[in-house]
Design a protein around this ligand. Structure first.
Ligand SMILES: Cc1cc2nc3c(=O)[nH]c(=O)nc-3n(C[C@H](O)[C@H](O)[C@H](O)COP(=O)(O)OP(=O)(O)OC[C@H]3O[C@@H](n4cnc5c(N)ncnc54)[C@H](O)[C@@H]3O)c2cc1C
Length: 292
């Protein structure tokens, strides 16, 4: 059943300090709305519980991309269309540009924000696997100040996160040190576009003298929230990239994955697909090592 717009109050203070003051005066009472692509769907289906909405759309302090020598910072209200158009991100953090192109349609990408994708906390959020393997940090802000949280610790449960009730997501910071790493990202869904992932896997790895010197693996739609696969990563460190390691990696992922069952797929299917994707990543690593 469609929601009743009159049941909701929405205000747009227009500046970051004004939004922070408003939230600080009544923590938990005001729900931020950025692009609205999640919240308006909830409203349209009568599921929007928030009575008071405060708009972040059009606040310039939240919509930016800044590059320094060693990092890129992306404001929370930056849209996925902004990200796709950013040449520096495309060349230095290509998995993020690719993931941005998966978020719904172009129309959706013109409103959907990075902050909204992360705070919404869907297990299937498309930007998450890339941000996890790039060691992203989340910066949150309130009238009390700012603090940074490693993105790998940001999600604390299904649709839960480490922010306090008076905090906003301010920016995502990404170190630029993956230029020499081989990088992988693949989403498996019912079709190529406009489909929520059944499983998505991202990886970055450094192969030296045929052995895995560094590796990061992250998945979406596998667990209740997007997550790194730390046990599989450590099991692979130092191993030669060969057929035995590829088989070993498949088993390691099956052993680690705590998969979810839902209307889109069974837990067993998700685990097997994730293990196959990891195999594909390692086969690419092996091919890359052989061509050197
Ligand atoms: C047709 C359609 C297709 C879609 N396809 C995909 C897809 O393929 N992949 C995918 O990952 N997602 C998809 N989505 C979901 C959605 O577009 C994304 O999650 C988007 O990034 C949400 O951003 P938003 O700014 O619109 O969020 P909003 O709806 O504005 O907010 C979402 C949540 O985040 C909170 N929030 C927003 N910004 C902040 C902030 N700065 N600080 C604190 N809290 C904040 C809000 O309070 C709310 O709880 C789709 C949505 C639609 C409608």
């Amino acid at each position: 059943m469609r929601g009743n717009a009159e049941a909701h109050e929405m205000i747009a203070p227009g500046s970051l300090p004004a939004v922070l003051e408003l939230i600080a005066a009544a923590p938990g009472k005001w729900t931020p709305i950025a692009g609205g692509t999640e919240l308006m769907v909830a409203h349209a289906s009568g599921r929007l519980e928030a009575q008071k909405l405060v708009s972040l759309w059009g606040i310039p302090e939240l919509r930016f991309t800044e590059s320094s020598a060693g990092a890129v910072s992306i404001g929370a209200a930056t849209t996925f269309r902004d990200l796709r158009a950013h040449a520096g991100i495309a060349s230095q953090l290509p998995l993020l540009t690719r993931a941005a192109g998966w978020i719904g349609s172009i129309a959706n990408q013109s409103r959907a924000t990075v902050g909204g994708n992360l705070v919404n906390g869907s297990p299937a959020a498309d930007s998450s696997p890339a941000l996890l393997v790039y060691d992203a940090e989340i910066e949150v802000i309130s009238v009390r100040g700012r603090r940074r949280i490693p993105y790998s610790s940001f999600h604390t449960g299904y649709k839960l996160n480490a922010m306090a009730a008076d905090e906003l997501l301010f920016a995502v910071h990404l170190p630029l040190r993956f230029g020499r790493h081989r990088q992988y990202l693949r989403k498996v869904g019912t079709r190529r576009a406009m489909a929520i992932s059944k499983v998505a896997l991202a990886g970055t790895a450094l192969v030296e003298d045929g052995a895995i010197g560094e590796i990061r693996i992250a998945a979406a739609s596998l667990a209740p929230f997007p997550t790194r696969l730390y046990r599989t990563e450590s099991a692979l460190l130092g191993r030669l990239v060969n057929a035995t390691t590829i088989e070993f990696a498949h088993k390691a992922l099956l052993a680690e994955a705590q998969s979810i069952d839902d209307i889109r797929s069974t837990a067993e299917y998700r685990k097997r697909v994730a293990a196959n994707l990891l195999e594909e990543f390692l086969m690419e690593l092996r091919a890359g090592a052989a061509s050197k």
